[in-house]
Design a protein. Structure first.
Length: 402
């Protein structure tokens, strides 16, 4: 048997523990225990929280899909505004680490190219140096790309800046070596009727050296630019801009009666102008990669349509035959820009019931759907007045007439 003092202390302890619980229970009424109606804003907030969690875990693809779902299904909620802002930021910055594969593949191919270019620049005439270059160049390029990709979480746009810089620099090195006739000497003679000059000599070593130096300069420039956020859409637009500038430089140079080295110089300068112009303007547009591709394919269709007109009409003037595809390309690009003006905007979805409906009528057409259970709150007449009760609902028919 416990002493009386001990029994009294135990009784007081039980009262102290039970008293708060009793007060809390007394303050909660039955009506307050019934869940309130779930609004679209509540659903959007839940999805936004889930998207934020996926983004913090590195699952940016899942997070972007949820952001787009919020913006489409709940367009007028505060969470939808946040989702649209995050989608725009994600498109502008790109996904960290997404450029790893592209950089490694390109660096491997570039290493193989250097395995041929370096012996060529050194004037190797035997096959052994080229074989050794191929044997070492591929693995060295792969390991270099892997090291760079591992040290920096490059996005696809940042990786494209490096790869485009290396490729473009190599092409520029080749072109300007040809324009400047590096490694060749001008030989002139007079046959009594006039003075004639021609280039003589092998320029292969100088051309290889110019291509190596141009590629190195392009890689360095691309690596410097990759220190800032570059979206995949901007990188794709700049890539296409350089190609379209090259085509326009050649076409307009041909119309201006340029020939040989002068025509090649106009082609190189046109490509540089296209690259610089799109690099300056594309970040303001912030296009998606899909839009950049579609705009470019409009230009291709316009140019090929112009070529088709040439084949049908067979113009006698060569300049007319060149001008028609040029005009078609310009018209196609302009039409593509206009047609895709709202391509990257998130379209608000038509108002649909939570969980969908079995039968849907929209714009005069019927369609089948999969109704999903969704929480509802029913208001019923009870003995003491209006009573709310939780329930589960299914929507069988949803019609939209305007």
């Amino acid at each position: 048997m416990l002493p009386q003092a001990a029994r009294l202390a135990a009784l007081l302890l039980c009262i102290a523990v039970a008293a708060p619980a009793g007060r809390v229970a007394a303050q909660v009424t039955p009506s307050q225990m019934v869940p309130t109606r779930i609004t679209p804003a509540d659903s959007a907030e839940v999805l936004l929280d889930a998207a934020s969690r996926f983004s913090s875990q590195g699952r940016h693809d899942v997070a972007d899909a949820l952001y787009r779902l919020i913006a489409e299904r709940f367009p007028s909620t505060p969470a939808a505004e946040v989702a649209r802002l995050r989608l725009g930021a994600a498109r502008a910055a790109g996904t960290a680490g997404s450029g790893r594969v592209e950089l490694q593949v390109w660096s491997t191919l570039y290493g193989l190219w250097l395995g041929i270019a370096v012996p060529g620049a050194l004037g190797a005439e035997e096959s052994e140096p080229y074989g050794l270059g191929l044997l070492l160049g591929g693995p060295a390029g792969f390991l270099a790309g892997k090291q760079i990709a591992g040290s920096r979480d490059l996005t696809e746009g940042q990786a494209r800046a490096i790869t485009l810089g290396g490729t473009w620099g190599t092409w520029q090195g080749f072109g300007w070596a040809e324009v400047l006739d590096l490694g060749q000497e001008e030989v002139c003679f007079d046959d009594g009727f006039g003075r004639y000059c021609y280039d003589e000599g092998d320029s292969s070593e100088e051309t290889f050296a110019a291509m190596i130096l141009g590629g190195a300069a392009g890689i360095a420039a691309g690596a410097a630019l990759s220190s800032r956020p570059i979206s995949p859409g901007v990188a794709t637009a700049v890539n296409f801009g350089s190609l379209w500038g090259t085509w326009f430089g050649f076409g307009f140079g041909y119309l201006a009666d340029l020939e040989d080295d002068a025509l090649l110089a106009a082609t190189l300068l046109g490509g540089n102008a296209g690259l610089v112009a799109t690099a300056l303007k594309a970040p303001e547009w912030n296009p998606s990669r899909s839009r950049a591709r579609i705009v470019s394919i409009y230009g291709v269709i316009g140019g090929l349509s112009g070529l088709g007109v040439d084949l049908l009409t067979q113009p006698h003037e060569e300049k007319v035959a060149m001008a028609i595809p040029l005009a078609g390309s310009i018209a196609g690009l302009a039409l593509g820009m206009m047609k895709t003006r709202g391509f990257d905007a998130v379209e608000p979805a038509a108002a649909t019931p939570p969980g969908g409906a079995l039968l849907n009528l929209s714009e005069g057409s019927w369609s089948l759907g999969a109704p999903m259970p969704h929480p509802r709150v029913l208001e019923l007449d009870g003995p003491r007045g209006l009573v709310r009760r939780p329930a589960v609902g299914l929507t069988l028919v949803h019609a939209r007439f305007f």
